[in-house]
Design a protein around this ligand. Sequence first.
Ligand code: ADP
Length: 253
Amino acid sequence: MKNTIIQVRDLHKKYGDFEAVKGISFEVYEGEIFGLLGPNGAGKSTTLEIIETLREKTSGEVYVNGINLDESPNEIKKIIGVQLQTSGYYPGLNLTELIVLFAGLYNETIEPLELLDKVNLRDKAKAKYKELSGGQKQRFSIATTLINRPRIIFLDEPTTGLDPQARRNLWDLIRNIRNQGTTVIITTHYMDEAEVLCDRVAIVDSGNVIAINTPDKLIDDLVASGFEKPREVKQANLEDVFIHLTGKHLREE
Ligand code: ADP
């Protein structure tokens, strides 16, 4: 039996007269990597920010680990990890100092090097955020979600703008975090990424969930409906060529 860790029921959000979220319902199971997919403006961020207690909903019910959002938002805050705005990364502080600062905000004591180890950034402990490569910045951002030892982390397009090696490196990191028992909710515009990384995905469009299942099942259903690719699929794609030629190892450090 899968345990439900997040339950969203008939969630609505209006901005003035405009209804951005039109009655969304879904569940996230404990220990899965759950993808929220959809075009820009679909309502993904609004939905996630409501669950994260950062935005007021118009109506509907949200439970996180059995905690009712309407009753105990602060209890929810304690068990979730959210990426901090990069504007909070004081330019004068190095990664170790930033972690100590953020841990203080959460009232947690944490060993910065242990946390940096988890995201493979120990050797950057004395570096400033702005000195990191794109992949390292994303890894640090993910580290900040782990400071309060959350049950669930929310990752908003963590691989956008990264090169193929750094993207794969981040997939491994996200899988590791999940394998250690943390549930992961992720948004991405890369469908290849969602296909290999997510256990289940919800596809959101114009404020509605229009599909929810494992990537495999969604693909099989499409094929079963008679869908055919317009041209023959090759045994490799350009990304395979790129990785084959340049290797899988990270270039940034
Ligand atoms: P997504 O994350 O899927 O791109 P969003 O949740 O950011 O979608 O936005 C959904 C819709 O709500 C969009 O049309 C967006 O313009 C609108 N929207 C988002 N935030 C606000 C806001 N604070 N005020 C008014 N409209 C907003």
